[in-house]
Design a protein around this ligand. Sequence first.
Ligand code: HEC
Length: 110
Amino acid sequence: MTKSTSLFLAAVVAVGMMSTTASADIKKGQKTYLKTCKNCHGNGTKGAAMHTQDEWDDLFANNGEKMIKAHANDKSAAYFGGETFKGDAADLRDFLHEYGNDSGNVPSCG
Ligand code: HEC
């Protein structure tokens, strides 16, 4: 698959997910966070509070470019550089953005 094809597919998937309810994405993102990030960054409340909502937007811009860079020298680099992160990124962003440290929201369990 060429790079542009996979970008196109990612966009199709992202649009598809936007048409489901927003809370479904956030829940999915929370699950992914707990599975993937919690070991290193603590529970969901702590993880989302690492950044403001605007900062999360920035970190996840350009297919999560800054997230990938931040982990480039970490043992999670394979995850961030691979297909799994591409698939998870939209849900993760929704979860982290929803509970960013200036959001006033706190995840119910995390
Ligand atoms: C194997 C451990 C590990 C995993 C898994 C991991 N991280 Fe990180 N993360 C790090 C390290 C190490 C850094 C770079 C050092 C730092 O800034 O704390 C970092 C940096 C970051 C940063 C930027 C630096 C900062 O303080 O803002 C963010 C945001 C972040 N991680 C979020 C996540 C998210 C979200 C996930 C799950 C998708 C995740 N990390 C998974 C270890 C990990």
